[in-house]
Write a protein that binds this ligand. Structure first.
Ligand code: ACM
Length: 512
C-alpha cells in the first residue's frame, strides 16, 4: 500500500470509529418545551440520513411535508424527498385521521421509523416542532454539524394544547421592524408551538400599514418613530408576505389599529380627524393618553370603515384588534358609543373584535374578546357580559418589563419580571372570577418604546416567551418551575445554534 492510500484508509477508519462510538442521544438530555402531555421513552434511536424519505398518503399533507424536508435539508445538506408511495427503507411517515384536537398529535420514534399523526396538517406541524427539539441542536444551523449522525432517541408522545390562542404581540409602531425581522420572530415563535402574532400597527408615534384610500397615514404618519428615527411602514404587499409566511407556520396575524386614543400619527396625517380640524405635530416621545380621534364626527367612522375594510382584505384570520386602551382624553360618555360602533364596523366585515380590557366599559358584542393587561375588574366586566378574555397581565407577560433593576433596556412600571415570575402563574387561577372556560388564551406583548433592534428585541423576549408558550400549551398540573428551569438550561444550546440574543439569567446558572 502506498503511503497516501494508507493515510486515506487511516482517516476513513478514524471517521468510521468516531461515528461508531458517537453515543446514542438520551431522551433525558433533550429539552422539550412546551412540555408535551405524555412522554414515554422507547428503546433505540432513529437515524436520519440521506436515504430517509418523508412519506405521506394524503395530498393535504404535501405542503407541511415539503416544509419539513426543506427544513431538514437546509441544515443537513441532505436531499430528503417527500414521497407518496411507501418507501423501501426507513422513513418519516405523516398521517391524518387521528381523533385528537386540531393541534393535537402523536409522535412515535422507533429505530425503524418515525411517525407523526394528527387530525389536521396543523397538528402535524406542531408535532414536527417536538421532533425538531429531539434532533441535535445543530439542526438549527446551516451545515453546522461536526461529526456524528442525525440521531433521534426513541419515544412515544401524545400531546395537545391547553389553550387555542397562544400568542405574542410586537409593537411595530413605537419602533418599526421590517418584514425580515418579523419573519425571524415568526420562525422563533413557531418552535414553541405559538399560533397568533398580534401586530400593533398604529400608535401616537407611527402608522405602519399602507391604507390605499388614506395614503397620508403612511406618508406622514409612518415617517418617524420614538426618538425621531425614520420610521417605516409595510406596503400591503409586505404585509401579505408576512401573513403568508406566518400561515405556512400555522400562525395567524392579528392586526391592531389602536383607537380612539394612541392615534397621534393618524391625527397628524389628516386634520379632519381632529375635533378642532387642525393636525398636531408628529410625536416622537413616549407619553401616553393625550390623543383621541374626534368621536362625534361622521368622517371618523368613514375613516375607520375604510381602514377596517382594507385590513380585512389583507387578513385571513378571524380577528381585528381595535386597541381601546388608555384613551384618557376621550370622555367615557364618548368612549362607550365609539367602541360599540367600531365593534359593529368590524363585525359587518365578518371579523371578530379583540380590544384591550378597557373596552369592557362598552356593551361587548357576542364575539368580542377583552385583552386583560391592567385591570382585573375590566376583565371581569367582560366575563360578566359573556365575552372571552385574552390573558396578558403586564405584571407577568409584558416582555418589555425589565428582568431586574440592572436591566438596561425596557421599563418597570408594572414589575420587574425575572424568568421565574414570568413562568410561575396560571391564567385560570390568576384572578378570581376568570376561569378556564372564560379564557381564549394567553399573549405576551412586546412594547418597543426602548427597543429598536432585533438584538434588543431578542434580549427582552427570550427566554421569557418560551415560558409563556409553555403556560399556554401545557396543562398546569404538569408544569413545575424546577423541571422547566432544567429543560431551559439544556435548551440554551439550541438558542445559541439559532443565534438568539437571549438574556442569560443568573437563574440559569445555578445548576452549572
Ligand atoms: C397597554 O399596555 N397600554 C395595553
Amino acid at each position: 500500500m502506498i503511503k497516501s492510500e494508507f493515510l486515506k484508509l487511516s482517516i476513513l477508519l478514524l471517521i468510521g470509529g468516531l461515528l461508531a462510538c458517537d453515543p446514542d442521544p438520551k431522551l433525558s438530555d433533550k429539552a422539550l418545551i412546551p412540555l408535551p402531555e405524555k412522554v414515554q421513552a422507547q428503546d433505540g434511536v432513529f437515524t436520519i440520513d440521506e436515504n430517509t424519505k418523508i412519506y405521506i398518503d394524503r395530498s393535504e399533507l404535501e405542503d407541511v411535508a415539503q416544509f419539513f424536508s426543506k427544513f431538514i435539508n437546509h441544515s443537513t445538506g441532505f436531499n430528503i424527498q417527500v414521497v407518496t408511495e411507501k418507501p423501501e427503507g426507513d422513513y418519516i411517515a405523516l398521517g391524518l385521521g387521528l381523533d385528537v384536537p386540531k393541534e393535537g398529535y402523536e409522535l412515535d420514534v422507533r429505530p425503524d421509523g418515525i411517525s407523526i399523526k394528527g387530525a389536521t396538517p396543523e397538528g402535524i406541524f406542531r408535532g414536527f416542532q417536538t421532533l425538531r427539539q429531539l434532533m441535535p441542536s445543530a439542526i438549527e444551523k446551516v451545515g453546522g454539524f461536526e461529526g456524528g449522525a442525525w440521531k433521534v432517541p426513541g419515544v412515544k408522545i401524545e400531546d395537545a394544547p391547553e389553550y387555542g390562542y397562544r400568542g405574542s404581540m410586537l409593537d411595530v409602531a413605537r419602533h418599526f421592524f421590517g418584514v425580515e425581522d418579523v419573519k425571524r420572530y415568526i420562525d422563533l415563535m413557531s418552535l414553541y408551538k405559538m399560533n397568533y402574532l398580534h401586530l400593533h400597527l398604529a400608535d401616537d408615534q407611527g402608522w405602519r400599514i399602507e391604507i390605499k384610500s388614506w395614503p397620508m397615514l403612511t406618508e406622514i404618519g409612518g415617517s418617524t418613530a420614538v426618538g425621531g428615527g425614520e420610521g417605516g411602514f409595510y406596503t400591503q404587499e409586505d404585509y401579505m408576505e408576512i401573513v403568508e409566511y406566518a400561515q405556512e407556520r400555522f400562525i395567524t396575524i392579528v392586526p391592531e389599529i389602536d383607537m380612539p386614543g394612541h392615534t397621534n400619527a393618524a391625527l397628524a396625517s389628516y386634520p379632519e380627524l381632529n375635533c378642532n380640524g387642525e393636525a398636531p405635530e408628529l410625536y416622537t416621545g413616549t407619553e401616553v393618553g393625550f390623543s383621541t380621534l374626534c368621536t362625534d364626527k361622521e368622517i371618523t367612522y368613514q375613516f375607520i370603515d375604510d381602514v377596517v375594510k382594507e385590513l380585512v382584505g389583507l387578513t385571513p384570520g378571524p380577528y381585528i384588534h381595535i386597541g381601546g386602551d388608555e384613551s384618557h382624553v376621550t370622555p367615557l360618555e364618548d368612549y362607550i358609543p365609539f367602541i360599540e360602533q367600531v365593534q359593529d364596523i368590524v363585525n359587518s366585515y365578518d371579523k371578530k373584535v379583540i380590544g384591550w380590557d378597557e373596552i369592557a366599559h362598552a356593551a361587548l358584542r357576542p364575539s368580542a374578546t377583552a385583552q386583560y393587561w391592567a385591570k382585573a375588574e375590566n376583565a371581569k366586566m367582560a366575563v360578566d357580559q359573556g365575552a372571552k378574555v385574552l390573558i396578558s397581565p403586564a405584571t407577568r407577560a409584558y416582555l418589555d418589563m425589565q428582568y431586574d433593576s440592572t436591566t438596561q433596556l425596557g421599563l418597570h412600571w408594572a414589575a420587574y419580571i425575572e424568568l421565574d415570575s414570568a413562568y410561575l402563574w396560571d391564567p385560570a387561577t390568576l384572578e378570581e372570577g376568570i376561569d378556564k372556560g372564560d379564557i381564549l388564551g394567553v399573549e405576551a406583548p412586546l412594547w418597543t418604546e426602548t427597543i429598536s433592534t432585533m438584538e434588543e428585541l431578542e434580549y427582552m423576549v427570550f427566554p421569557r416567551l418560551i415560558g409563556i408558550a409553555e403556560i399556554a400549551w401545557t396543562k398546569p398540573a404538569l408544569r413545575d418551575w424546577d423541571d422547566y428551569k432544567s429543560r431551559l438550561i439544556k435548551h440554551e444550546e439550541r438558542m445559541k445554534a439559532l443565534e438568539v440574543n437571549y438574556y442569560s439569567s443568573p437563574l440559569l446558572k445555578q445548576e452549572e
